[in-house]
Design a protein around this ligand. Sequence first.
Ligand SMILES: [Zn+2]
Ligand SMILES: [Zn+2]
Length: 344
Amino acid sequence: MNGFCVECGINTNQLVNGLCMECFLKDRTLVSLPDHVDLSVCTSCGQFLWHGEYQSMASEKAIALAAKSALTCIREGKVVKVNAVIEPRDNYNYAVTLQCKVAISDFETDAVASTIVRIKNTVCKICSRRTGNYYEAILQVRTSEKTLSPALQDEVLKKIEDFVDYTATTNPNAFITKMEIVPGGVDVYLSMIALGRELVKLLGDQYCAETDESSKLVGQTRDGIEMYRVSYLVRLPEFHLGDIVRYGKKYYQLIRISNSGGKLRSLTNFQETPVRRANMPELKVYLKSSELEVADVISKSYGEVQIMDPTNYSMKDLLVPKDADIGETVKFARIDGILYYVPQ
Ligand SMILES: [Zn+2]
Ligand SMILES: [Zn+2]
């Protein structure tokens, strides 16, 4: 031992600022808390503001974190462990006592500090946007036909809702602000530009649809960043899977649609022809799949069926693929007075 306490004179090597541990700790406040600590909660979604962001957490945890974040310790020590004891005063005020272990060089001691955590009612940015009809993008769903059929409208809106719901599981900023039926389609207002961008791509690919986008400067943020509102257009094509289409003066059934284009099956020899996406707008719908006629099969042979034309009860022979599985009825397309078998 070659040290001694300047206060009590005891011989020890464990000196802090020239004092033995006992003299150093005497009447000294090791940890302290302010009189009160504010904790913001969103009254709408119940999330707590923590490190600048609203986060979902249990109120006990949020209260404890709020108190711990305000805890200060003397320069010579370090808090190595904290236990929070919370006692509610009322719905907005919680007395919190932090029981701490403080390390001073290689010595550990206990210390406590108390505060009141005050819950402040606020509305988070997301909730205020939701209630304020906030939107950054408009997805305009249109059709190449005269009107968007209710069935197709439902189908497309379901895809949009599913996509936004899925995105919202990881990004609470994602929501649909509103939907508006407009002449020739639907406008879907979206909270994020990214939603519009991804949805127009998704729908464009799934329906092999034409897409477009345009943006409009709507103002500036407080820090001078220009804000745009973007309109995304998806024009759903007239053709749908199963329709009879004209392409290059020949007739086909549309049997596949993908992001790269479509696939056609000839009505005369049943051969398949791919069509690039860029050429898809050239497809002209001749008959919708729902407009195909049905005829009774009278007899069938290899590569052929005999049917009764339901309009005049005459017998007609139709070519069918060699491997066709023919039941009691077949569907056919009538083009310029000639009947063509259409595989289903
Ligand atoms: Zn001493
Ligand atoms: Zn909220």
